[in-house]
Design a protein around this ligand. Sequence first.
Ligand code: NAD
Length: 485
Amino acid sequence: MKIQNYINGEYKDPMADSWLDNYDPSVGVVYGQIPNSLEEDVDLAVEAAEDAFPHWSNTTLELRSTILQRIADLLLENLEEFARAETKDNGKPIQLSRSIDIPRAASNFSFFAKAITQFPSESHESVGLDAINFTLRQPIGVVGCISPWNLPLYLFTWKIAPALAAGNCVVAKPSEVTPLTAYMLADICMQAGLPAGVLNIVHGLGQTTGQAIVAHPKIKAISFTGGTDTGAKIASITAPMFKKLSLELGGKNPNIIFADCDYDKMLSTTIRSSFANQGQICLCGSRILVEESIYDRFKSDFIEKVAELRIGNPMDDQTDIGAIVSKPHLQKVVSYIDNAKAMGGSILYGGKELAVEGMQKGYYLQPTIIEVKDNQCQLNQEEIFGPVVTIMSFKGEDEALQLANDVKYGLSSTVWTNDLNRTMRFSKNLQSGIVWVNTWMLRDLRTPFGGQKDSGVGREGGVEALRFFTEPKNVCISFEKGKSS
Ligand code: NAD
């Protein structure tokens, strides 16, 4: 199958007629082609977005909201088709695509369809100076949205929906590794009556297509989710151009387990927070820190539960762990495991590639648990982004906090405890954008989302996303005092 760009309301081949292979990771074979778009394709998309902006930014909130809600409804009407496409392209278990990825993509649209109708701005009376100030929140113009492969449609729409709701026109690029559902979204947008040029989707590589979006002088803001190194590169290009920038980057998240927790809930959630989506979620708790008194019990129970996970065909309803997204990524994850072995690391479970029957060339890897003693080891400091977790013990609160914060990243943390005072201490002192207590990945779309330290800059979600995608303007009106004042 051939995927095309979506520019000015129509599907288009890349101008240079250059194409890239798209792989099905479950069987390791090419199943389609995607545009290898270059600067000229991005230029065309920006032109279409610029032309569409005056009309879209002046479209009533009611109509914008109706169109976005229609996109959400159409996604849900076509849920099964989208879920199967996501699983084929990414290798994630079908039950995950069905229950999380596609419903959440629809929620992104329906959430921002409503949120924009409730988006307030401030006014400030300058008492004694006889003036009133109000804040106009205006759409920025043409904005760029760039997303990764791990939650393809989920994260693509997380950016596009608020950008459109706020009245911007968008040039967006999904990951070249998982382009299929973004391609299908274009069709839904046409059916929903989104005017031509309001959303443009350009496919291609990061260093060409992505870079052309980032460096385009007419694109005034960039919302990017992806790796920390890529984020740094994007920041170095956009900073001298004074673009607005939102960066959602990598993580190395601690999962801190105290002996007083609800043990069963902790154990089953920790299986998910370690290995959901083959561990390829930026929020996965890849460093498990366990209080010394329950360390041995946890270790044996965790291994036993992980051994029950079913690895196999992502399209099978019973599969818990599907394929790793690509061969290069599989090789990267395996190299971390090999390094750990070479350095005498203790592999408690897994660590081996697997051949799934009938899918011998697919990219499968066992969920892997490695015991470590030193938080400074490579496994605990670098983001692996695969089904690999480390476990280590700690003695008390002070040590747990020190270990948790002792990384360059600061995306999310999870704490398991039933002590309210400890909950408050950790909530205040953990250096991360999100702290989950006695849960994981429980998301409310109104909350600020993003990371501290090398995990990013800025926040998205709820009102934060609408603030990012608008330019606040202070209007100050002086008035004359009447006789009565
Ligand atoms: P990546 O940085 O390689 O690519 C992300 C996107 O950026 C892709 O669309 C890619 O084509 C594009 N890109 C690459 N180089 C570019 C450049 N020079 N200019 C412009 N665009 C460029 O990341 P990935 O491998 O696709 O995704 C995995 C990473 O994403 C992990 O580090 C993970 O933690 C992170 N992530 C973060 C969050 C979050 O919300 N913080 C969510 C999901 C994933």
